[in-house]
Design a protein around this ligand. Sequence first.
Ligand SMILES: NC(=O)C1=CN([C@@H]2O[C@H](COP(=O)(O)OP(=O)(O)OC[C@H]3O[C@@H](n4cnc5c(N)ncnc54)[C@H](O)[C@@H]3O)[C@@H](O)[C@H]2O)[C@H](O)CC1
Length: 441
Amino acid sequence: MINVTDNIEAKKVDTLLLNEYNYTEDVLIQNAAHSLFNEIDKTVNKYIVAVGPGNNGADGLALAILLHSINKDVKIICKKNMSIYHKIALKIGIPSIEHVQSCDILIDALFGFGFSGPVQGYYKELIDEINEKKDYKIISIDLNTAHINSDCVLMLSTYKQTLLNSSIPKKVLKIGVNEKIYECVSNKYIVDEEYIGSIKKEKNEFCNKSDFGRVKIYAKKGAALLASRASVKSGSGYTYLISDDETRKANLSFNPECINSDTTKYDVICLGPNNGVDFDYASIIYTNLDKKMVIDADALTYISNNLEILDSLTEDCVLTPHPLEFSRISGYDLNEILEKPFEKLEEFGKKYKGTIILKGKNNIIYDGHKFYIVNIGNSKMANAGMGDLLSGMIASYLAQGYKTRDAVIYATYQQAKIGRYLSEKKDTINPTDILSLINNK
Ligand SMILES: NC(=O)C1=CN([C@@H]2O[C@H](COP(=O)(O)OP(=O)(O)OC[C@H]3O[C@@H](n4cnc5c(N)ncnc54)[C@H](O)[C@@H]3O)[C@@H](O)[C@H]2O)[C@H](O)CC1
């Protein structure tokens, strides 16, 4: 998995690599430049590298030298950079220009994680000029310099946290450092296919439905249909729906594999999708603390009025709030949650057990130790019912024996992945669209 670092953590990584592991800045810059060189489009000919005063600038200069080595028309705009790469670039005849010219690709190597705003004077004027003349593609190294209208960011070694909320296309490039080294600095990860592959449970030849667990869902109306269908389709052995007559009748035709009656034999409880806030969730929760549990929607609202329930939650409980619901159960200010989701989740996780998923553009899953970010979803999925569907999926994977944290990660990733696939075909993606593709190869 790829580590996520904020600016402070990125600097810590730098210090760690230099002081503890005896890397040198030059080794890292060379590795970075080669990775950038491999990634960059070399079917075009004209490049300009806008170089800043620090190591981000040095990365850009080292890249310019590599482009020059294959006879590309590369120029630099560099007012000040003390690195050896600046001297080499000038000595080997890379032209240094003062103003932006026409080119195919402009590399933004002005500032990386060492930048602290605001940008003023020379660099402000240069950035304005870069944005104004734009008849080229702008590729930023590591981070997009403030105000630059970048077309793509090639991050180095770790995913930069400030880019989590940016829609600019981006990619993380390796720079010859084992990912485990980052783990002592950052406990935040981007969930990728590799991790999903490592947690996926394969079904063995001799299995039967009892091996895939029993989910009991307390929900009503359309939300109940979505959650219970999602549980069935995600592979739980049995799904039971506890609901009103009208909902159960509708569920019979919508979701024939679901059992529309109660049971005393079950492994997982899913509580809340449109189940009403007056329901007695407390007694269900207190009598099922030996079970795995997904607490969603109306059950979260109920808890926000009965906060003592939070003290009883176990490691096997999953809370699935969106930011407003999280604000209600935690008492934290909504804006603070939106601005500092990691800090706020950590604060909450220190007080209560269980796994929490803060739903949003970036789904952030926190298990009390680490953060797992599923960031492949898209805004076309932002419509009612998506959360109900997710709860059913999480419950289903819990029943199938996934670790609590992994059930949440797996379900969230599968849902987002289907959403990403559909986003190329549709302008709006509804939960029923996702349902139809759950479990497709
Ligand atoms: N370990 C890694 O991941 C590697 C990262 N590399 C690259 O190095 C940069 C970070 O380099 P650093 O020198 O620390 O910082 P910057 O290049 O971002 O800039 C520092 C430079 O800028 C001046 N400065 C800061 N703010 C302002 C401002 N508002 N106005 C004007 N000037 C400003 C500051 O004084 C310094 O002089 C990272 O992003 C990667 O690109 C390595 O190359 C590979 C290993």
